[in-house]
Design a protein around this ligand. Structure first.
Ligand SMILES: Cc1ncc(COP(=O)(O)O)c(C=O)c1O
Length: 401
C-alpha cells in the first residue's frame, strides 16, 4: 500500500468502516502507463462495468479514447459524469428503449449482437445515422483462461454476418465500421497477442472475400489480473510492442481495446476491522465487519482476496484480546452463509480483534457487483485519495458523486 493510502486508511474513524478507498493518483499513473505502451492506431476504451464510481470515471476520462457501456443505466450514468467522452454502447439483449437512448445520446459506436438487434435498430433510426461494429462469436481456441465468452450468447456466429450485411445494404443510415470480438477474460499479454493475431487474420480474410473495407476491429477487454500475485501486473509494454508488430500486417486498420478489470482493480481498497476471532474444530476464523455483500470479487472469482493487516494497538476491554498468531486463518464476513469468505486459510503473523484489514485489488467488479441488500447491513463509506490540492474526500452515501 502506498504511503498516502496507508495514512488515509489508518486515519479513518472506526465509524467509517467498512470503507472503500480509491487511490486516484495511482489510477492516473496506471492508465498513463497503459496509454504510453499502446502504439498508434490502438484506441483505449474503459469498460465502465468494472467500476463506474464517478470520481474513477472522471479520473480516467482525460486518458482514454472513450468508455464502453453495456446498458441504458451505464449510458446515462457515464454521460452525466463524463459528458464529453465518446461512448461505445455494447451488451447483449438491448431493449428498444436502450437503443433509442443510445441513438438520442449520439453514441460513437453501437456494438450489434445479432441480426434481430440490427433490424430493430433500423426501425428506430429515422433520419439518424449509427456507426456499428458487428460482434462476432468466433470459434477459436483461447486456451486456459479465467472466463471464455466465445460459444455463449454473446455476439453472432460468423455465418450470420452476411445476413447483417444484407440488412445494412438497404439501411444506409447504418454504417459498418468493423467487427467486435471479446472472446475471453483473464489472458496474459502473450496469449492475448496470439489471439489478436488470429482474430485480425480472420477478420482481414472475411472482409477481403466480401470486398468490405474493414477499418476497425475491437478485441474487447479481458487483460489478466493475477489476484494470487498482485505485483504480477499485465505486461502492457509487451502487449503494446506485439500490437505494433501485428498492425504492420494490417495497414489502415484501427484496433480498439476495452479493458475494465486490468485498469481499475489496483486502485481500490476495501478496509474493515476484525470483530471476532474464533477457533472452530481446530481452525482459526476472523469475523470481519462487512463481507462479500460489499466485496463479492473473491466469491465470484473463487480466489483469496489479497490483504494487508493494519495493527491497532489500542485495547480498552477488561478481558484478553482474542488473537491468532503464526497460523492460517480464514477471513469471513458477517453474512449468515458459509460462502461469505474473503480469504481462506492464509498464514498471518498476528491478527487481533480490532485490527484493521485492508483488502487490495478491490477497484474492479467489487462493490458494484455485490449483493448489497442481503441482511441489510449498512453500506460502506467511500473515500478518494486525490492530488495534493484536495488530498482526501469522503462520502457516506451509497453512490459517491
Ligand atoms: C464486451 C466486453 N468488453 C469488455 C469487457 C471488460 O472485460 P475486463 O474487465 O475483463 O477487461 C467485458 C467484460 O465482461 C465485456 O463483456
Amino acid at each position: 500500500m502506498r504511503r498516502p493510502t496507508y495514512d488515509l486508511v489508518t486515519g479513518l474513524p472506526d465509524d467509517d468502516l467498512p470503507a472503500y478507498v480509491y487511490d486516484l493518483p495511482a489510477l492516473r499513473e496506471h492508465v498513463r502507463t497503459i496509454r504510453a505502451a499502446l502504439p498508434e492506431r490502438v484506441e483505449l476504451l474503459y469498460a465502465a462495468k468494472a467500476n463506474s464510481d464517478p470520481r474513477v470515471l472522471r479520473t480516467l476520462a482525460a486518458h482514454v479514447h472513450g468508455f464502453e457501456v453495456a446498458s441504458g443505466g451505464e449510458l446515462g450514468h457515464v454521460r452525466a459524469h463524463a459528458p464529453d467522452v465518446p461512448i461505445a454502447f455494447g451488451g447483449p439483449g438491448k431493449t428498444r428503449q436502450e437503443l433509442t437512448r443510445a441513438l438520442d445520446a449520439g453514441v460513437e459506436r453501437l456494438h450489434i449482437e445479432s441480426e434481430h438487434e440490427l433490424l430493430l435498430l433500423t426501425t428506430l433510426l429515422g433520419d439518424r445515422t449509427a456507426d456499428v461494429l458487428l460482434r462476432v462469436n468466433l470459434p477459436v481456441d483461447v486456451g486456459q483462461v479465467a472466463l471464455t465468452m466465445g460459444g455463449g450468447p454473446f455476439g453472432m456466429d460468423p455465418a450470420q454476418l452476411d445476413r447483417c450485411l444484407e440488412v445494412m445494404a438497404s439501411a444506409p443510415g447504418v454504417r459498418l465500421r468493423g467487427l467486435h470480438l471479446h472472446l475471453a477474460s483473464g489472458l496474459q499479454a502473450q496469449p492475448q497477442l496470439a489471439l489478436v493475431d488470429k482474430i485480425l487474420t480472420w477478420a482481414g480474410n472475411w472482409a477481403g472475400h466480401r470486398g468490405t473495407n474493414l477499418t476497425e476491429v475491437n478485441i474487447g477487454g479481458g487483460m489478466g489480473v493475477d489476484y494470487a500475485h498482485p505485483p504480477r501486473v499485465y505486461d502492457w509494454a509487451a502487449f503494446g510492442a506485439g500490437l505494433r508488430r501485428i498492425l504492420t500486417r494490417h495497414p489502415g486498420l484501427t484496433l480498439r481495446i476495452e479493458p475494465g478489470r486490468s485498469v481499475t482493480a489496483y486502485c481500490g481498497w476495501y478496509v474493515t476491522e476484525v470483530l471476532d476471532i474464533k477457533f472452530s474444530r481446530g481452525h482459526a476464523f476472523a469475523v470481519l465487519r462487512g463481507g462479500t455483500h460489499h466485496l463479492r470479487t473473491p466469491a465470484a472469482k473463487q480466489h483469496d482476496q489479497p490483504f494487508e493487516v493494519i495493527p491497532d494497538d489500542v485495547w480498552l476491554r477488561p478481558w484478553n484480546r482474542p488473537e491468532v498468531r503464526d497460523e492460517p486463518v480464514t477471513l469471513v464476513g458477517q453474512l449468515c452463509t458459509p460462502k461469505d469468505v474473503l480469504a481462506s486459510r492464509i498464514m498471518v503473523e498476528r491478527l487481533r480483534v480490532g485490527d484493521r484489514v485492508a483488502f487490495a485489488m478491490a477497484g474492479a467488479y467489487a462493490w458494484n457487483i455485490s449483493h448489497h441488500a442481503f441482511l441489510m447491513h449498512p453500506h460502506p463509506t467511500f473515500h478518494h485519495l486525490d492530488d495534493v490540492a484536495a488530498p482526501v474526500t469522503s462520502t457516506h452515501a451509497h453512490q459517491p458523486s
